[in-house]
Design a protein around this ligand. Structure first.
Ligand code: ADP
Ligand code: ZN
Length: 435
């Protein structure tokens, strides 16, 4: 039976959620207008006054914020309250450029940790659980967010941080961890290392994993579930809105419930900025309804997904977002064709390969090249050159069907692709070097 961390709000009626959102947005916009000069200027330029925002329906009148704004306003330009009220900063991993710094009051941290606690309870977490947090700690939000959530649930928390995989496994086995939190790529690596050490999936006490911070496919989910002998759940978030826990998967594993009492979500057309009707695929935009330290309104995440209000069997009423399959700026344009790294991952795992791969894009004689380096398992590894070539051709064919363009596949010996302990770097785009 489904359990909730905050049942009243997690299962509240649509009307109730709207009532909460409407009340919060009016206050929040007024507060931001009065306290954040940078955003006040944007609102003035657009001719919008706080009085124009009477409910969440009016949010579409507000100007957008983008990563470029955050960089321009760095470090204090979007601070929502006095520094004396703030107790912490966190920072983005800088996956796509200069880091962004976000500020938190104690109230912001409490809410963030509650959101993470909702995620842990949704995967079956209780105070009986031993929760191993192997997201990075420090500036990155993954470790601190899940750590706080785990405390709020009352789990015995193992603040491992990422890396030192031998120690992760030793603690997991010795202390009987039941829940593990890390990036999906690190989970796959831990699963692989467990097998190498001779452990079977049933040898560990894990029951669930909470994986996020990077895109991962359904095929990757199955790979991890098999290698660790668990159910693998998705969690989503970004530093700009707090961190992990903006949304999380429930037992249904069909998308992540957005914590709508704190975040208002819109889907827009990334080219025109127009708000799209429910069920459309587009760029996710968040308005934080009650953050004090870093109260971003209409922040463009660049993450592409779909929202759904279909009834969920878990009893939660909050809107669900589909897995973002990469940011709009992760998309590679190769010889004019749009290619998402996740499509490549899907083909690889479906064809029986491991998630140890790297994508290399380059430009030779003014034409784009796409090379995919794929590692073989020791079992797949064969000294017979003809076998390898045949496998490569077959994989190239499967890729061409999925992507619409033909890559060059290189099958490599075991352990040739570097493993990830945090967010995996899957793409090396050398074209940027020539620009
Ligand atoms: P950076 O932008 O430097 O990576 P963050 O650490 O704040 O900074 O990462 C937030 C981003 O990570 C999101 O905008 C999204 O692109 C990605 N992300 C987070 N969780 C998920 C998830 N569950 N699935 C896919 N992508 C995710
Ligand atoms: Zn649900």
């Amino acid at each position: 039976m489904a359990r909730y961390f905050q049942p009243e709000i997690e299962t509240a009626s649509r009307e109730k959620i709207l009532e909460i959102q409407n009340e919060k947005i009016v206050k929040q916009v007024k507060h931001v207008y009065e306290n954040v000069e940078y955003y006040r200027n944007l609102m003035d330029e657009k001719g919008v006054k706080p009085e124009d925002i009477k409910s969440v329906d009016d949010i579409k009148k507000l100007p957008f914020l983008t990563k470029a704004d955050l960089r321009e306003a760095y470090p204090y330009g979007l601070l929502g309250t006095d520094i004396k009220n703030c107790v912490r900063i966190q920072s983005t991993s800088g996956t796509t450029g200069k880091r962004v710094v976000a500020f938190y009051t104690q109230h912001d941290i409490d809410i963030w940790e509650e959101c993470c606690a909702r995620a842990i309870v949704a995967v079956g977490g209780t105070e009986e659980d031993v929760c191993q947090v192997c997201y990075g700690y420090g500036l990155f939000t993954g470790g601190p967010g899940l750590n706080g959530g785990s405390h709020k649930v009352g789990c015995l928390t193992l603040p491992m941080s990422s890396g030192n995989t031998d120690r992760q496994i030793q603690f997991m086995m010795d202390l009987g961890s039941t829940i593990i939190c890390c990036t999906p790529s690190y989970a796959a690596y831990i699963g692989e290392t467990l097998a190498e050490k001779g452990y079977k999936p049933e040898d560990n006490k894990l029951k669930a994993g909470i994986f996020g911070a990077e895109p991962w496919t359904e095929e990757m989910r199955r790979n991890i579930e098999k290698s660790l002998g668990i159910k693998a759940y998705d969690i989503y978030g970004l530093t700009e809105t707090s961190g992990p826990g903006v949304s999380f998967e429930c037992e249904e594993q069909t998308g992540m419930h957005i914590n709508e009492d704190h975040f208002y979500a819109e889907i827009i057309d990334p080219d025109t900025g127009e708000v799209l009707p429910e069920g459309s695929k587009g760029e996710l935009v968040f308005t934080s309804l009650d953050k004090e330290g870093f109260p971003l309104l209409r922040y463009r995440t660049r993450d592409i997904c779909v929202l759904s209000r279909e009834k969920c069997s878990c009893g939660r009423t909050h809107v669900k977002m589909s897995k973002p399959m990469g940011r709009s700026d992760d998309m590679l344009i190769i010889r004019g064709v749009n290619v998402f790294p996740s499509q490549i991952e899907t083909v690889l795992l479906n064809e029986g390969y491991t998630p140890n791969y790297q994508i290399v894009v380059d430009r030779v004689n003014n034409s784009d090249t796409l090379d995919i380096n794929v590692e073989l398992t020791p079992e797949q590894f064969s000294d017979k050159v003809s076998d390898t070539q045949e496998r490569e051709r077959k994989l190239e064919g499967a890729m061409r069907t999925m992507l619409g363009i033909g890559p060059k596949v290189h099958l490599l010996p075991p352990k040739s692709v570097v493993r990830s302990e945090g967010k995996a770097v899957r793409v090396i785009d050398n074209r940027k070097l020539h620009d």
